[in-house]
Design a binder for this molecule. Structure first.
Ligand code: SAM
Length: 184
């Protein structure tokens, strides 16, 4: 990890609750997962100020891949873009401003990794919209599974009962769902 990346992550952790960022453990795990699975085409739903995007972007960069990240709060994504630039990952992260459901309705690129971390009540909609773009062997991750169980229940029930996915919920802070797409 570069000095500027470590410094930026540490600084962002001071305002973690204001920007609803994932925990450091979750960020580190997502970074490892992208590298272990050698993912090349990622999507994050919920950029905020770019904290998790930095963890993900550095992994995609190492893999020679790229990712997009969607946020409807423009002010937040402007901050995120600054962090991506300063930490040398702006070339692999495509930041998109707008409501995720609108963006995903027009989506036409294959994905091998998705991280869902936006409006909890919409997880089921995000899942239904990204599913057809996720290739066999692809991964869906989603945060706040144990911190917001009622809101995310329709998504968790749907993916757990979908025989195309192998699913586990990890005991990381807030609870991280990891799903592996076994078949199309
Ligand atoms: C939990 S925060 C994301 C934190 C970020 N993943 C991190 O760990 O650094 C959720 C973000 O998603 C945005 N958001 C929520 N619902 C959205 C939607 N439907 N479309 C686009 N952005 C959305 C919010 O404005 C907020 O900044």
């Amino acid at each position: 990890m570069t000095e500027i990346l470590e410094e930026t992550l540490s600084n962002l952790e001071k305002t973690q609750h204001d920007f609803w960022n994932v925990s450091r453990a979750t960020g580190n795990f997502l970074n490892m997962l992208v590298k272990m699975a050698k993912c090349k085409s990622g999507l994050e739903i919920g950029t905020s100020n770019g904290y998790s995007g930095l963890w993900l972007g550095t992994a995609f960069k190492e893999n020679g891949g790229k990712m997009s990240t969607i946020e409807f709060w423009e002010k937040r994504q402007v901050i995120a873009r600054e962090h991506f630039k300063n930490c040398g990952v702006a070339d692999v992260i495509n930041p998109i401003i707008g409501p995720a459901t609108d963006i995903l309705a027009e989506w036409n690129e294959p994905l091998d990794f998705v991280f869902i971390d936006a409006n909890k009540g919409q997880y089921i909609e995000f899942f239904n919209l990204v599913d057809k773009h996720l290739s066999k062997g692809g991964i869906i991750t989603a945060d706040n599974i144990t911190s917001h169980p009622e809101k995310v229940a329709p998504f968790v029930d749907a993916i757990k009962n979908d025989s195309r996915y192998q699913v586990e919920i990890l005991d990381l802070p807030a609870g991280l769902l990891v799903a592996y797409k076994i078949s199309d």
